[in-house]
Design a protein around this ligand. Structure first.
Ligand code: 1CP
Length: 343
């Protein structure tokens, strides 16, 4: 077994940082596109445990990354709560039904049936663990309550998420009620993923950056904490709150193992702020992977050296769909050639 990711999360010394890429499954590999084109749509693939397992393992085979991440989507949770979505090829997700008023929250499903509807995810996890047979650890995930709330209110992606932001100012009690429900379901969902075999969980707060610090504390971090406090003891967890630059101090207070960072802050700045309290994941600009091999190598090695230790190498956000595969390979291979002892 390649233990690097678990070693760094558990505080054991490692010869080099583990490397994986957010959104490594199902975006960049021709093998994925081939498999996807044979399926009716994105959702049929997500709900097909053995095909989802295959897509999860493709980047491990092809790129030799140090971890696998479950092929699924953060939006399976609102779907299981009764808000169905469609994945439109060019636009991304669209929810025909959204939360528009406090009463809509009462109509959502919140009981055990929600977790039961996600059974296909747990079946995929069993199958992935079997097929990986210990090669690399498996990362499970969910969306943070704030990010899921954004999609439930907005019904699709948005630059500003102003509908979701309007709701927290105009209907704060209903907003808290909904966030509480999402946090509760998400904690149960992640717990079930862990019981099914994932080694690490990551919480994606992709839209953390649309809230100011005080609102993010009240409507964001509070509910991430709630999820983390309800995971089984000794679970390994990574919190990726994209754009939450004003809240690093509060993120460091969360009971998680690691924090993911986007690329806007330098390694030196992040290191100084975190000050050894958490393992750090990140944070190469995904656009570096469009560069030539030497640029990618230089940028990758400089980043690893700047973090020095307690570091999981990753991009600062998901790999862009049009990234050349060669760029991704140079990134992973550069990381693998590095040794802390030669610094
Ligand atoms: O690593 C992986 O690829 C694993 C699978 C994975 C993950 C971790 C997918 C498959 N989605 C996600 C997380 C996810 N989904 C996030 C959080 C991470 C991030 O910020 O990138 C978000 C915000 C979503 C929602 C979503 N799903 C979007 C974004 C829409 C917007 O608001 O801009 C999109 C375009 C999707 C579709 C999707 N999800 C995953 C894939 C492979 C795809 C493409 C669909 C296809 O193949 O047609």
């Amino acid at each position: 077994m390649n233990h690097l990711l678990l070693d760094v999360l558990d505080g054991r010394p490692v010869p080099r940082p583990p490397v994986w890429l957010m959104r490594q499954a199902g975006r960049i590999l021709p093998q994925y596109r081939a498999l996807r084109s044979g399926m009716k749509d994105f959702k049929s693939l997500v709900k097909h445990p053995s095909k989802a397992a295959e897509v999860t393992i493709q980047p491990v085979d092809e790129l030799d990354v140090d971890a696998a991440i479950l092929f699924s989507d953060i939006l399976v949770v609102p779907e299981a709560m009764g808000l169905d979505y469609e994945m439109a090829r060019t636009v991304g997700p669209i929810f025909p039904k959204t939360i528009q008023q406090p009463d809509d929250i009462n109509r959502l499903d919140k009981g055990d049936e929600v977790i039961q509807r996600l059974d296909y995810v747990f079946s995929a996890i069993y199958e992935i663990k079997n097929r990986l047979n210990g090669r690399v650890p498996l990362i499970g995930f969910c969306g943070a309550p704030w990010t899921i709330f954004c999609y439930m209110l907005e019904g699709q992606g948005s630059k500003t998420f102003s509908t979701a932001r309007r709701f927290i100012y105009t209907q704060p009690e209903a907003a808290h009620q909904l966030l509480e429900i999402i946090a509760d379901i998400s904690a149960r969902y992640l717990t079930e993923q862990i019981k099914s075999g994932v080694d690490v969980v990551q919480i994606f707060d992709s839209w953390a950056g649309v809230l100011g610090h005080d609102m993010y504390m009240e409507f964001g971090i509070k509910y991430i904490r709630k999820i983390l406090l309800n995971l089984p003891a000794n679970s390994r967890s990574i919190v990726f709150a994209k754009g939450a630059h004003a809240s690093i101090e509060a993120l460091c207070d969360l009971p998680c193992t690691a924090l993911g960072f986007d690329w806007l802050f330098s390694a030196e700045h992040i290191k100084a702020q975190v000050n050894g309290r958490k393992v750090i994941q990140g944070n190469l600009d995904p656009a570096v992977l469009y560069g030539n091999p030497e640029l990618i190598r230089q940028r990758t090695l400089t980043l690893i050296s700047s973090f020095e230790k307690d570091h999981i190498l990753n991009l600062g956000h998901g790999v862009y769909p049009d990234t050349p595969l060669e760029g991704v390979r140079h990134f992973v291979d550069s990381a693998k050639s590095f040794r802390y002892e030669s610094m």
